[in-house]
Design a protein around this ligand. Structure first.
Ligand code: 13P
Ligand code: SF4
Length: 317
């Protein structure tokens, strides 16, 4: 299938016929972002999934996102156009790992990044996304120990911004973001002295970015650590000629659309998530036609995960 105007018309027609809303993550292919009803970050899309009135949600993203939508809206049908679209970060921890870790710290509060399976979420106390992770941690009484999972770079970022010491961090990582390393970032920042820099907190270079600011070698206003939604808001109001982007390259489509006066360039142009790109024009069409790619979550797991996920959507702006 060619993702042309005919294709888009057919997708929209089928969505109406199926009473479906199409949600797309910021890392999706440009044509998927364009045809969707809403494109956004993990938190924004989770909130939408819990609010929309359509009886079907077609989630153009990865498996844990569709599961999260199903947990929040158990009565809706949730379709993921390619159910094999996983996440290397979510794969770094199992429900059994969480139980064993909690057993070592029985009084701790377990905070899970949304990039986890439903079975893992069911073992946790509260979920977060990259846009509200610090607010979630601040909502926990300071004397309580925290187990933060599974992303080590986001965990380190949250520790820094909250100044909290009693946080233990699981050493997981996303292969795409870990590949955007400090060396590459420092080189690009040095080569482009006037460019602003937006860094996703899952990046291997998130620590370097803040070190550059902290050491005074880079002006504090130039570097910001942001979720994908935060990048979009910052892009809308920037007056910079150029912004270097440290995250998955799908993000560039939204940023360029939001502000045509600024040039947005990837810090690492090879940072592409093949799971996100598994949602193709063909698969979206097929999913709407046949409705066979439904994602379900066993009710006992969904019920235990729901508290954590509802907490997450209620915290932060
Ligand atoms: P956000 O859109 O919440 O910033 O998440 C990024 C991500 O890696 C999702 O897989
Ligand atoms: Fe997972 Fe990384 Fe892909 Fe996001 S970019 S879905 S964290 S593998």
């Amino acid at each position: 299938t060619v993702a042309n105007a005919e294709w888009a018309k057919e997708v929209r027609r089928l969505a109406r016929e199926q009473d479906a809303v199409i949600l797309a993550h910021n890392y999706q292919r440009p044509e998927i972002q364009e045809v969707a009803d809403h494109t956004g970050d993990s938190l924004g899309l989770s909130r939408l999934a819990s609010e929309v009135s359509a009886s079907t949600i077609v989630f153009c993203g990865v498996h844990f996102m569709a599961e999260t939508a199903k947990i929040l809206s158990p009565d809706k049908r949730v379709l993921l156009p390619d159910p094999r679209a996983g996440c290397s970060l979510a794969d770094t921890i199992t429900a059994e790992d969480v139980r064993a870790w909690r057993a070592e710290h029985p009084d701790a509060v377990v905070v899970a990044y949304v990039n986890t399976t439903a079975a893992v979420k069911a073992e946790t106390d509260i979920c977060c996304t990259s846009s509200n992770a610090a607010d979630v941690v601040r909502s926990i009484p300071p004397e309580r120990e925290i187990l933060f999972l599974p992303d080590q770079f986001l965990g380190a970022h949250v520790k820094r911004v909250t100044g909290r010491e009693n946080i233990h961090v699981w050493m997981g990582e996303c292969h795409v973001h870990a590949g955007i390393d400090g060396h590459t970032l420092r080189e690009r920042v040095a080569a482009e002295p006037d460019a602003e820099v937006y860094v996703h907190p899952e990046c291997g270079c998130a620590t370097s970015a803040l070190y550059l600011v902290g050491s005074g070698s880079v002006d504090q206003d130039r570097v910001q650590v942001l979720s994908t939604g935060g990048m979009l808001s910052a892009a809308e109001s920037t007056s910079a000629d150029k912004v270097l982007i440290a995250t998955e390259t799908g993000m560039l489509h939204q940023l360029r659309g939001a502000n045509p006066n600024t040039q947005f360039e990837a810090v690492n142009p090879r940072a592409e998530c093949h799971y996100m790109k598994m949602i193709t024009a063909d698969r979206l069409l097929e999913s709407l036609r046949t409705a066979t790619t439904e994602i379900t979550v066993p009710e006992d797991i969904a019920e235990r995960a729901r508290r954590s996920v509802r907490h997450m959507v209620a915290i932060g702006s």
